[in-house]
Design a protein around this ligand. Structure first.
Ligand SMILES: [Zn+2]
Length: 537
C-alpha cells in the first residue's frame, strides 16, 4: 500500500448531469470536461430523502440515515416535538477517522459540520447552517482569525441568504452574490491548502444549490419559462466561475501535495424543475386520516355524530341514503391517525395509533390511496414511491425515523402548510416562490487521478464515499459503515496492488467537548429563531 496517497474532494451542492453536461458541451466548463474525459464518472445516488442534512450526514459518516438519525433540517420525536439538527447529531465522521489515524485533514464548508468538532491532526471550517460570521465556525478556534485576515471578504451562506426569493433581487445581482460566494470559497481553499501538507482535503461549493433552486427554469430547456439569454448568463457567469474554482483548487492541491492523488467531485443530490406543490393536509382530512386542519371539537359533523345522526335523519330519508351518510361520517375519526411533515420535497408520515393492528391498517389504507391519487389538473400520479422505514433504514435510530417516506413524482413537491383558501395545489411561479428548482435523487460523481481508468456510467451511493476515500488513504472503514469501496473508479491493477488494510477501531459516538457545547447553546437559539421566521418551525 502506498501510504503517500492523498485525496482531494470537491463538493458541488445539487450538482446534476442535466446541467453540467450542457455546460461542458457548450464550452463553459472546460476543466470539468477534461476531468470527465480523463477519469471515471457517473451517478452518485443520494439518500431518501434527497436533502442536505440527510445526504451530507451519510456522506461523511458512511452510514444510512437510520444509523445517524438525521433525515431533515429538523426531525421530530414521537410527541411531535421538533429537533433542529447539527453536527452534534452525527456519529464519528470521515474527518475524525482519518485525523485520528495520524493523517492531516482539512475541511472547508461541508454542510452538517457546525458546530465544529475537534479533529486530531486537522482543521475544519464549518458549512451551511453556520448561523453567522460572528459564530465560532472553525477548529481549532484560532483558525477563524487567521482565515478572516487572509480572506477579509470571506462570507458564510447563512439561512437568510439561502432563502432570498429570486423575485426579491434583480437577476444579475442575485447571480453576482452567488458568484462572489464561490470566489471567496475558492480563495479560502487555496489559502488553507497553502498552509501545510494535507492527506485529505475537502472544499464544498454550496451556491450551486441556491442558484438552481432559484433559476432552474432557465437551465431546463423543457421548462415553460426557459429563457435562452438568462440561461447563457448563468452559464457564462456562475458555471464558468465554478469551473475556474475547481481548476484552481485542483491545481493548488497538486502543487502542494504532489500529483499522486485522487480527486473526487461529488454532489449530495441532483436537481429538477419544480412545477407543482401538493398541500396534503386537506386530502388527509377528506380521506378520513385526520381532523380538518384547525378543526375543533365543535365541528358540526362531530356534533351530529355525538347526538346520533342516524336517529335524527332516519325519519326523513330512504334507508340507503342514511347508511351512506352514516358510513361517511364514520370515516371521519376526529382523532389524527397520522402526523405529516415535509422536507423541501418529500413527505414524512408518522403513524399515531398505539394499537399495532390499527397502525398497520392505517399504513395500508394510506399507501393504497396515495398510490391512486392524481393531480386533477395534469392527470399525473403525484406520489412516485412510498417507502416504509424498515425498507430503507436500519440502525440505532430506526425507532425515531418517520414510519413512511413519500417521494413525489418528477416536478412535484409535498407541503405540510395549511394552504391559503384551502387550495390543494399550488403551481410554482418564479414571481412568488423561492424554489422553481428542487432536488433529484441522482447526484454526480467524478473521479480523476492516480489509479483511475477512463470510464463512464458508474453508479454509486453517497454512503460509498467514506469507505472509498479511506481505502485510497490506506485505511479501512469501520464495520458499522453501510457503504462499499467504489471499485469501478479504480483500475484492476490498482486494486490488486492495494489490498484493504485492517480496520481502525474508534468508538462510534464522538466525545462532546465543553467548548463546542458552549458555542452551540449560544447559537442554537439564534438559528431556531431564524428558522421560525422562515416558516420552518
Ligand atoms: Zn437544496
Amino acid at each position: 500500500m502506498n501510504m503517500n496517497h492523498k485525496v482531494l474532494i470537491i463538493g458541488i451542492d445539487g450538482g446534476t448531469w442535466t446541467i453540467l453536461r450542457p455546460a461542458m458541451a457548450e464550452g463553459y466548463m472546460p476543466y470539468l470536461k477534461r476531468l470527465v474525459d480523463e477519469g471515471a464518472s457517473g451517478v452518485l445516488e443520494s439518500t431518501v430523502p434527497a436533502i442536505t442534512p440527510a445526504a451530507w450526514g451519510s456522506f461523511q459518516t458512511g452510514v444510512n440515515p437510520g444509523q445517524h438519525g438525521v433525515y431533515n433540517f429538523q426531525c421530530w420525536d414521537k410527541q411531535n416535538n421538533p429537533h433542529f439538527v447539527s453536527s452534534k447529531d452525527l456519529p464519528i465522521t470521515l474527518w475524525e477517522y482519518v485525523g485520528s489515524s495520524g493523517k492531516q485533514v482539512g475541511v472547508l464548508n461541508v454542510p452538517m459540520t457546525y458546530p465544529p468538532r475537534k479533529i486530531d491532526n486537522g482543521f475544519m471550517v464549518t458549512g451551511v447552517l453556520t448561523p453567522s460570521i460572528e459564530a465560532e465556525f472553525t477548529w481549532p478556534p484560532e483558525l477563524k482569525r487567521e482565515l478572516m485576515e487572509a480572506i477579509p471578504d470571506y462570507d458564510i451562506l447563512t439561512l437568510d441568504v439561502a432563502h432570498v426569493k429570486p423575485s426579491e433581487l434583480p437577476f444579475e445581482t442575485f447571480v453576482e452574490v452567488m458568484v462572489k460566494n464561490i470566489e471567496c470559497r475558492g480563495k479560502a481553499a487555496a489559502f488553507l491548502i497553502g498552509k501545510g501538507l494535507l492527506d485529505l482535503f475537502m472544499v464544498h461549493y454550496h451556491a450551486s444549490d441556491i442558484i438552481q433552486h432559484a433559476f432552474m427554469c432557465y437551465l431546463d430547456k423543457e421548462h415553460p419559462l426557459y429563457d435562452e439569454e438568462k440561461s447563457k448568463y448563468l452559464f457564462e457567469n456562475f458555471y464558468q466561475k465554478l469551473d475556474q474554482m475547481i481548476e484552481r483548487t485542483h491545481k493548488a492541491f497538486g502543487e502542494k501535495n504532489g500529483r499522486d492523488h485522487l480527486l473526487l467531485i461529488v454532489s449530495d443530490h441532483g436537481f429538477q424543475s419544480h412545477m407543482r406543490e401538493w398541500h396534503i393536509r386537506p386530502w388527509l382530512y377528506k380521506e378520513g386520516f385526520n381532523n380538518a386542519p384547525g378543526a375543533k371539537s365543535s365541528d358540526s359533523v362531530a356534533l351530529a355524530k355525538k347526538i346520533g345522526l342516524g336517529k335524527l335523519i332516519r325519519p326523513f330519508l330512504p334507508k340507503k341514503s342514511v347508511d351512506r351518510i352514516e358510513k361517511k361520517v364514520k370515516l371521519k375519526p376526529y382523532v389524527n391517525r397520522v402526523a405529516f411533515r415535509c422536507s423541501c420535497r418529500e413527505g414524512f408520515v408518522y403513524l399515531k395509533e398505539e394499537d399495532p393492528q390499527l397502525r398497520e391498517k392505517t399504513k395500508h389504507d394510506l399507501i393504497k390511496k396515495l398510490s391512486r391519487f392524481k393531480d386533477p389538473k395534469t392527470g399525473r400520479m403525484i406520489i412516485e414511491k412510498v417507502y416504509c422505514k424498515e425498507d430503507i433504514y436500519h440502525g440505532r435510530c430506526l425507532d425515531k425515523m418517520p414510519d413512511l417516506v413519500l417521494v413525489p413524482s418528477a416536478g412535484y413537491s409535498l407541503s405540510d402548510q395549511v394552504p391559503p383558501g384551502g387550495e390543494w395545489f399550488h403551481t410554482i411561479s418564479i414571481d412568488t416562490d423561492m424554489h422553481v428548482g428542487t432536488h433529484h435523487k441522482d447526484g454526480v460523481l467524478i473521479a480523476h487521478g492516480n489509479g483511475v481508468p477512463v470510464r463512464q456510467n458508474i453508479t454509486a451511493s453517497i454512503v460509498d464515499i467514506m469507505p472509498t476515500v479511506m481505502y485510497y488513504l490506506g485505511l479501512s472503514a469501520p464495520d458499522v459503515c453501510d457503504g462499499q469501496i467504489i471499485t469501478d473508479i479504480f483500475m484492476r491493477e490498482f486494486l490488486d496492488e492495494n489490498p484493504q488494510e485492517a480496520c481502525i477501531k474508534l468508538d462510534m459516538i464522538h466525545e462532546n467537548n465543553d467548548q463546542i457545547d458552549t458555542y452551540w447553546s449560544e447559537d442554537k437559539k439564534e438559528l431556531e429563531d431564524r428558522l421560525k421566521d422562515l416558516g420552518y418551525m
